[in-house]
Write a protein that binds this ligand. Structure first.
Ligand SMILES: [Zn+2]
Length: 230
């Protein structure tokens, strides 16, 4: 069941989370500990930039490749998690795919390699980053997906979607479905479609550093809401 949170309560929780994050960082600085690139919390997040290589994903109205944007968003999100002390593992850190040679069956090999990396990392959470496309150009805004029969993934997806909705003003629900990368992952796993490349305005916005930082911060805040929001 989808629970709609009152806006003020959500803002209060998010403010508390940000204060807690700042307090942690202040403590670490006071203790002369390095905040960046340090696994301070025994908690691993796998960030999966969708597509790559000959599989560019969807193509934006201006020719933008989804795979490149996914990579940029995964890296920015990873920096936010690492700064907060989380351990981050990426399924890919380059533009290439994970399939080896670009021959028949590459997509399946690519997906199996993602599963192998996720299994090896044995993470606490997995977030797969994608960009959306729709036949009509008007549709916009981020959308979170989860594996239908997995309640922990649903909870994580709903928390992230709540934070997105707070900023977009949309009443969008996290959506269930059957997705290899979520189905085959043991921990809470979601797919975040950050926006629509079929919407000219959003396609342009998604390519700016400012908007990327904003969306990634919202994904992080939604994850904190899932972990600590009660
Ligand atoms: Zn995609």
């Amino acid at each position: 069941m989808f629970v709609v949170w009152k806006g003020k309560r959500l803002v209060a929780v998010l403010l508390l989370l940000i204060v807690a994050q700042l307090a942690l960082m202040a403590f670490l600085i006071a203790e002369n500990l390095s905040v960046k690139n340090t696994n301070l919390i025994d908690f691993t997040v796998v960030l999966d930039a969708g597509h790559g290589g000959i599989d560019g994903g969807v193509v934006g109205v201006d020719g933008t490749k989804e795979s490149s944007l996914n990579l940029a968003y995964a890296e920015t999100l990873g920096e936010i998690f690492q700064t907060a002390g989380f351990n981050v593992v990426y399924t890919r850190k380059g533009e290439g795919g994970l399939y080896g040679l670009p021959t028949k069956g590459f997509k399946q090999r690519d997906m199996l390699e993602r599963k192998r990396i996720i299994d090896e990392a044995d993470p606490n959470l997995m977030i797969s980053i994608h960009m959306n496309k729709f036949g009509e150009s008007y549709r916009s805004g981020p959308q979170v997906f989860f594996q239908d029969d997995k309640d922990d993934g649903r909870d994580l997806a709903e928390s992230i979607q709540r934070v997105f909705n707070e900023f977009t003003g949309k009443a969008r629900q996290a959506l269930g479905g059957d997705f290899f990368v979520c189905r085959e992952t043991d921990c809470p796993a979601v797919i975040v479609e950050c926006g629509f490349l079929s919407n000219p305005q959003e396609c342009a916005e998604l390519q700016t550093e400012q908007y990327r930082n904003k969306v990634c911060q919202q994904i992080f805040n939604g994850t904190m809401l899932y972990l600590y929001g009660g």
